[in-house]
Design a protein around this ligand. Sequence first.
Ligand SMILES: Nc1ncnc2c1ncn2[C@@H]1O[C@H](COP(=O)(O)OP(=O)(O)OP(=O)(O)O)[C@@H](O)[C@H]1O
Length: 598
Amino acid sequence: MSSGINSSMDKLPKRGANFHALTPITFLKRAAQSYSSRISVIYGRTQFTWHQTYERCCRLASSLRSLNIGKNDVVSVLAPNVPAMYEMHFAVPMAGAVLNTINTRLDAKNIATILRHSEAKILFVDYQFVDLASDALQLFSDSAKSPVLDSSIPFIIDIKDLDTPKGIRLGELEYEQLVRNGNPLYLPQELEDEWDPITLNYTSGTTSAPKGVVYSHRGAYLSTLSLILGWEMGTQPVYLWSLPMFHCNGWTFTWGVAARGGTNVCIRNTTAAEMYGSIALHKVTHMCCAPIVFNILLQAKLSERRRIDSPVQILTGGAPPPAPLLEKIERLGFHVVHAYGLTEATGPALVCEWHKEWNKLPGEAQAGLKARQGISVLSLADVDIKDLETMKSVPRDGKSLGEIVLRGNSIMKGYFKDDEGNSKAFKDGWFLTGDVGVIHPDGYLEIKDRSKDVIISGGENISSVEVETALYKHPMVVEAAVVAMPHLFWGETPCAFVVIKKNPTMEVSEAEIISFCRENLSHYKVPKKVVFLDELPKSATNKIQKVQLRALAKTFAVLPEKGSNKKTNQVNRQLPLYKDHELQLHHYQQPVLAMSRL
Ligand SMILES: Nc1ncnc2c1ncn2[C@@H]1O[C@H](COP(=O)(O)OP(=O)(O)OP(=O)(O)O)[C@@H](O)[C@H]1O
């Protein structure tokens, strides 16, 4: 009898009516139908409705098809957060192709490498990046002449500024020309399989050479939905593009804002003036950014500041947001939700979902809870912290360290043309993040470090994040980064790099910072050296480049010292220029016996 029921159950087939390939392209069509006359995109004096955005995307997709772009072809773009960049998130996959958004802060050599590796057929270039693109193309064509690297140069299409069309021409065609000449009634290519690629995003290159991460339509669709839910984004948000769209497709909100019938406020630069100005003018409700952007908002001149009348929701991630910084930014009228993610997980993978009862806690305790990375987004099937040797889960005690591992539908398809990278990243049905963390008894995860950033001092692991959090509590510290400094006795010891407030009437010395840390940290975690810098070196995705700081720390004294009492320690305000990935990472992990510490 049960077999009869089973076969009747099995007889129900997938049909066109009940089984459709999952793709975020459907969000755009829906927005065009249901929010047709609502403003979709604002950029300076330019505004479009969802009906217009849809039509512009259809036109662009049809023009791409007439340029012979189709399935699996890579279309690259070098542009800031302008309307063209937004539209391409739909138009390129609507032509069946794969969008590759290139980080505009990369140098020409890195861009040439990406163009070659991705085998891009077309490169769209915003007028602001014409010089950078031509340098990259020059390097590309020099290397293309080599018999080993036989690849053809991508076809160039210019993007002029919509408000003030100007600039030198690099390509033969221009973006608006493609939009104008395209077919407004174009029907998107039927998606054969939701597992087909939609975008190719290169990682930030913080720890190693950038890797090409491929997302599927299915993964992008599910991630978008789960982030909308995880952040509790309601309908018709006014979303400020303070996060680069080239970073994991704007953590999927390129597609997410369409799914909510929202308005995209595009800005070219994330300056305090542009952000506060847009917030006030357009009544922004949501924005995403790395924690470093908090400093831009906090350090804004009085003339740039605007009153925040109703709370602006910020989703932050990409680097650990120190609890003291969270407290400060919330006092300005922003409401922060903290997420953790990586390119390979289609952006955020954990969100620090808030429990109502935490509202009763004092501000500092709330900020401490919010600084934890959180629980998995809904598109993931599981998340855990494991000892990678045994693949056993660590106890949920908030203390035992292990590597954060993820599995689920928002994990990338894999690294493009990188079998070795894929075999290292996936193990026993898990994706290995390379981040070290703990899991608390309530199931919330907290990152303690990147595995490469952990400082091993006298056999003890020191979390650089913990030391940085202590530094951020100092009222004069604006930015802080802690790395391992070689030490003859302890193997490694923390070395702090800090940026302090510009205040001619107040000075702070290395000795003061060290003694402040001694009041807030176990003594073995206290930095042995504090270096004051004008700014910290940042990567193209605005992450602090610890690889450069580590190289600098290597040059410091290795003798155990008693701590300097010099008034200031203004060493090397100009950092040596290291090219990405040219540095040998070295971990000085000599076995050192556990010894009683200071
Ligand atoms: N909320 C967060 N708290 C702490 N760290 C975070 C957070 N969000 C992201 N990160 C860090 O950022 C990393 C992901 O960054 P991304 O994908 O941009 O590339 P990358 O890892 O910096 O570069 P590469 O892989 O090329 O070295 C995570 O693995 C983690 O170390």
